[in-house]
Design a protein around this ligand. Structure first.
Ligand code: PRP
Ligand code: URA
Length: 212
């Protein structure tokens, strides 16, 4: 039996709807259209959890009946998907936060070595923002660490990592390289197989999302 020390900063979704969506995402018979819808549901729950403590500021508001005060978000939000699979998490988050800015980091794991190769990067200004780095799968953690390195080099200081499924190994690598980054995940799975796929996992997320 193997034991892994996992981060104090990891939060696993604890909601019946998340468990329901995760189970159908794992099911190998789930078709791409349903898979995309379920990915949307989990992404919304992850984003709500990652923004629970966002700062707000008090503003005056005129209701149809009288003057009142309310609160609006005080800090800009940036969402950065790791291409390609992370793209599936952007639209639901942008629906929740219409003013969000979106950056892109293109990384692809080499099939033989499982090491990430960078092929694209375009980020908006990151200073004084909360950055949500989104990638459905945190496997070895190599892609996440490389993306976090880039985000911090570009000025990101308050960064959250959102995953649909994480492995203990991936969490440990992110925690070691970026101990300040909270990880919000739909599930923390058991292990990686010899090809560095998450077990029990749900297979190749990008392939299942796009039907490739
Ligand atoms: C998958 C996944 C992550 C990465 C995780 O992407 O979406 O980006 O693997 O693995 P790691 O933690 O071991 O780095 P993949 O490289 O398969 O590319 P894709 O999104 O284009 O399918
Ligand atoms: N990427 C995936 O899509 N799935 C895994 O299990 C690991 C990496």
């Amino acid at each position: 039996m193997r034991f892994f020390l996992v981060s104090m900063l990891i939060k696993v979704l604890d909601h019946p709807l998340a468990a329901h969506a995760l189970t159908h995402l794992r099911d190998k018979t789930t078709k791409p259209a349903t898979f995309r819808a379920l990915c949307n549901h989990v992404s919304i729950m992850l984003a709500l959890e990652a923004t629970r403590d966002l700062a707000t500021k008090e503003v005056a508001v005129e209701t149809p009946l009288e003057s009142s005060t309310g609160h609006i978000l005080a800090r800009s939000l940036v969402v950065v998907p790791i291409l390609r699979a992370g793209l599936g998490m952007v639209e639901p988050i942008a629906t929740l936060f219409p003013d969000v800015s979106i950056g892109y980091i293109g990384l692809e794991r080499d099939h033989a070595t499982a090491l990430p190769r960078s092929y694209y990067c375009k980020l908006p200004p990151l200073e004084n923002t909360r950055v949500l780095l989104v990638d459905p799968m945190l496997a070895t953690g190599g892609s996440a660490v490389q993306a976090l390195d880039v985000i911090k080099a570009c000025g990101g200081t308050e960064v959250f990592m959102l995953n649909v499924v994480a492995s203990p190994q991936g969490v440990r690598l992110v925690e070691t390289a970026h101990p300040d980054v909270p990880i919000i995940t739909g599930a923390l799975d058991r292990d990686l197989n010899s090809k560095k796929y998450i077990l029990p996992g749900l297979g190749d997320f990008g392939d299942r999302l796009y039907g490739t």
